[in-house]
Ligand binder design. Structure first.
Ligand SMILES: *Cc1c(COP(=O)(O)O)cnc(C)c1O
Length: 393
């Protein structure tokens, strides 16, 4: 069985490109060019150079001694929180803006929910001197004021989506409309391993630098280039896809995917897509999707804005359906406790998205000699108010 994308853009039964006719030329231009551009030595050189000098890669692989002692196993953290802008998202926006430049594009659009992808996009647009328009639901603009301010400071225009529930899916619709109207000069940077083919594969390849580095770093530290378990949280699935990529076909490595259970899987307030979802189409791909019996998308819930998404990327739907991945869901409370525990035991304040992955050793025992790599997808500065309110600090 293959866990990589096939010629038609599918991972098993999931993926593809379900798009309006008018978007076809844009997506087709990308599909026919992305691999060739990404494999071009001059592209690779620019990408690697920026990852090194601008983002700060390679990020460390840190052995968490105190946490490992507590859980009786060997836990390493891949420190994506130390990237410029504080999370893994910039790996993808750097890659896509370089690709847009190769395609001759002058203008960048993006959608954002919590604003993290919007900030990562506005950052690289400032770096490259490209015009940047970020679509964001009116409700999210009000909820995420600091990130809106960051995008504006970086020179991006933040356009409110005023229709529907005025959140992420409405912002996505506005971005798609913009792209249809501006096919020649504009590139649409999608922020996770979702969307029509080739986006999931393209984003995964840009993020795969994470597992590439893990291999080298483990060889140095453990004398072997693979862990027993690789753990990551899943919103749309980009940090997870990047952490798994070089281990997908290596069955010595157990893949653990962590979803947000919110207030509990059966509470009606959850974002645990593998447990609650069925096959459906969202944002241009066939995947697992939380929906009502008549196919309306269910409003997801999680305390972490980055995991509050009703679908998962098609790679993850396939990892679930084929049982290659072990899927675990973690509640708000368990994630918050794990975030505080990491802070107090290791002096690292994690993003609340990441804190879901950190709760895994509490829910699932590991053996003493096992090597467990957890992807520390982002830092918690953006979440301080949520932590402080939750714990009455
Ligand atoms: C956006 C975000 C996520 C979720 O997105 P994925 O595409 O699933 O990786 C996870 N962690 C952090 C820190 C984020 O900012």
């Amino acid at each position: 069985m293959s866990y990589h994308v096939d010629q038609n853009g599918y991972y098993g039964n999931f993926g593809g490109a379900f798009i309006p006719e008018m978007l076809y030329p844009n997506v087709e231009e990308l599909r026919t060019n992305y691999l060739q551009i990404m494999n071009d030595p001059s592209f690779k050189k620019d990408f690697d150079q920026l990852l090194k000098d601008y983002v700060g890669r390679p990020t460390p692989l840190y052995f968490a001694k105190r946490l490992s002692e507590k859980y009786g196993t060997r836990i390493y953290f891949k420190r994506e929180d130390l990237n410029h802008t504080g999370a893994h998202k910039v790996n993808n926006t750097i890659g896509q803006i370089l690709l847009a430049r190769k395609l001759g594009k002058k203008r960048i659009i993006a959608e954002t929910g919590a604003g993290q992808h919007g900030v990562a996009t506005a950052t690289v647009c400032a770096l490259m001197g490209m015009q940047c328009v970020v679509y964001m639901g009116e409700i999210d603009i009000a909820r995420q004021a600091p990130n809106v301010a960051r995008m504006k400071m970086l020179g991006a225009e933040v356009r409110p989506a005023l229709s529907g529930s005025r959140t992420l899916k409405d912002a996505t619709n506005e971005a798609i409309r913009d792209w249809i109207n501006n096919p020649l000069d504009t590139h649409y940077i999608i922020g996770s391993a979702i969307g029509p083919h080739p986006y999931p594969d393209m984003v995964t390849r840009f993020q795969s630098v994470i597992s590439e580095e893990i291999r080298k770093q483990l060889l140095e530290k453990e004398g072997r280039d693979y862990p027993d378990h690789v753990v990551a949280c899943i919103g749309g699935g980009s940090n997870a896809a990047g952490s798994y990529y070089h281990f997908l076909d290596d069955t010595r490595v157990n893949i653990i995917a962590v979803e947000a259970a919110g207030k509990g899987i059966d509470s009606g307030e959850s974002a645990a897509t593998s447990a609650l979802g069925r096959e459906g189409i969202i944002h241009g791909c066939k995947t697992l999707l939380m929906q009502t019996d008549d196919g309306q998308i269910t409003e997801p819930y999680s305390i972490s804005a980055g995991l509050d998404y009703p679908g998962v990327g098609p790679m993850h739907a396939h990892l679930y359906a084929s049982k290659r991945g072990e899927f675990i869901s973690v509640t708000d409370d368990d994630a918050m406790n794990a975030g505080l525990e990491l802070t107090r035991l290791e002096g690292i304040i994690p993003a609340i998205e990441t804190a879901h992955a950190l709760a895994v050793p509490q829910q699932r025992p590991f053996k003493k000699d096992e090597v467990v790599v957890i992807n520390l997808s982002g830092r918690g500065d953006k979440d301080l108010n949520t932590y402080i309110d939750h714990f009455n600090l």
